[in-house]
Design a protein around this ligand. Structure first.
Ligand code: S3P
Length: 445
């Protein structure tokens, strides 16, 4: 894939459904009674991994493209998988499903791609072990072809890696009050889902609030789940009932068009039906603080989630500071915020974002390497970066590290850079936004 500078971008589009919400629709549908119908489901590789894992757990799931039907079997209806559950590139699949598997009376083995095998899982092992689950990690070399492999039979070497592949031996669980050292919705959700199988009320307290899609959606399915400040409590053994869900557009995908519209002179883009849950919408706050002209239209609620149409007009941007409680609300948007910062006047500082190092790639390193290659002025720090905006960017070879958000963010930079920008891997964009290239082309003038 390669791209060059364009004149401007005008028109409107729908971005694909929200990734976090799509995953949860499958998972919560699977453990509910009846058929959950999901429209605008994200047909990205990560969410397809979640479907495949639940099919291996005995849940019939029909994916008709625009709609997905999950024929749930209730809280205790999953069956022992005869194969490794392959999560691909998806941290959300791996960590959330672990919470559900923690409560099952059978062992399950999880694995994923090279990136998943490096991502830290101790963050879920710690609380789930406290609840009574046992974990065993395996030497990844024993798992040459994890996709089709039968479950672990003792032939593999145990290791203490804290990473995939690993086997979960679940069962009856104790309730806990977990004080999470990190604001992570994946950790919070894993503990809350295990709490459905606990012997009392399970609580999770976070240092700052992370995205709350689990809380909103599980309540819609009938769970007794309550939030007070940064503490969420869940009661065990609810009767979860199938739902009809419409997934709003993913603000993490809309973020590329927000940046594109703001930094490309003469642009005006209307992004329809985007989720604007305040635990996710930090990109809007940052864009406004940078001087971006953004208007929200027709604010509404879609399947319990706030949504709106977002109108973006090109604007001169100024540097800003992004830090603290804001970080979890925009953690996946930092690569594209870095691109906006490179086109802004002055300095943008991003702090308190050490989590970037353990995403699909080490995003502090990947942003630094690629922005420097394009002529940007960036200094990485231990918990973020500082970017001096305004140096004109030129095309370069972008090393995506197979990270979808790095690829798409630098594609946006390439629309405003002199010369050719090329990508060492483009397939990774299918993780969260298979139609990204076509959607941009339609707006190009
Ligand atoms: C997600 C939570 C975030 C985010 C990820 C999706 C979720 O991860 O980065 O892309 O759906 O719960 P953490 O919980 O690790 O911060």
């Amino acid at each position: 894939m390669h791209t060059t500078k364009k004149k401007c971008f005008r028109g409107e589009l729908f971005v694909p459904g929200d990734k976090s919400i799509s995953h949860r629709g499958i998972m919560f549908g699977a453990i509910s009674k009846g058929t959950t119908e999901i429209t605008n489901f994200l047909q990205g590789a990560d969410c397809l991994s979640t479907i495949s894992c639940f099919q291996k757990l005995g849940i019939p799931i029909e994916n008709t493209g625009p709609k997905v039907f999950v024929h749930g079997k209730g809280l205790h209806g999953l069956s022992a998988p005869s194969q490794v559950l392959y999560a691909g590139n998806s941290g959300t699949t791996t960590r959330l499903i672990s919470g559900i598997l923690a409560g099952q009376p059978f062992p399950s083995t999880l694995d994923g791609d090279g990136s998943i095998r490096k991502r830290p899982m101790k963050r879920i092992f710690t609380p789930l072990s406290e609840m009574g689950t046992r974990f065993q990690c395996w030497d990844p070399h024993s798992f040459q072809d994890a996709r089709s492999q039968a479950v672990v039979n003792g032939a593999f070497s145990p290791v203490d890696s804290g990473c995939a592949p690993f086997t979960i031996q679940g069962g009856s669980l104790k309730h806990i009050h977990y004080h999470s050292p990190i604001a992570s919705a994946q950790v919070k959700s894993a503990v809350l889902l295990a709490g459905l199988y606990g012997d009392g009320i399970t609580k999770v307290t976070e240092p700052v609030l992370s995205r709350n899609h689990t809380e909103l959606m599980l309540a819609g399915f009938g769970a007794d789940i309550r939030t007070e400040g940064t503490t969420v409590s869940i009661s065990p053994d609810p009767v979860l009932e199938a739902q009809s869900l419409h997934v709003p557009g993913d603000i993490s995908s809309a973020a590329y068009f927000i940046a594109l519209g703001l930094i490309t002179p003469g642009s005006e883009i209307l992004i329809r039906n985007v989720g604007i849950n305040p635990t996710r919408s930090g990109i809007l706050t940052v864009a406004a603080a940078m001087g971006g002209d953004i208007t929200l239209w027709d604010k509404r609620t879609v399947s319990g989630e706030p949504a709106a149409d977002i109108l973006v007009r090109s604007s001169p941007l100024q540097g800003t500071v992004v830090e603290g409680a804001q970080i979890p609300t925009l953690i996946d948007e930092i690569p594209i915020i870095a691109i906006m910062a490179a086109f802004a006047e002055g300095t943008t500082t991003i702090k308190d974002a050490q989590e970037l190092k353990v995403k699909e790639s080490d995003r502090i390193a990947a942003i630094t390497e690629n922005l420097k290659a394009m002529g940007g002025a960036i200094t990485p720090t231990d918990d973020g970066m500082s970017i001096e905006g305004g140096s004109p960017l030129h095309g370069a070879l972008i090393r995506t590290h197979k990270d979808h958000r790095i690829a798409m963010s630098f594609y946006i930079a390439g629309q405003n850079a002199a010369g050719d920008t090329t990508f060492d891997d483009w397939d990774c964009t299918a993780i969260s936004y298979p139609s990204f290239y076509g959607d941009i082309e339609k707006l190009s003038q």
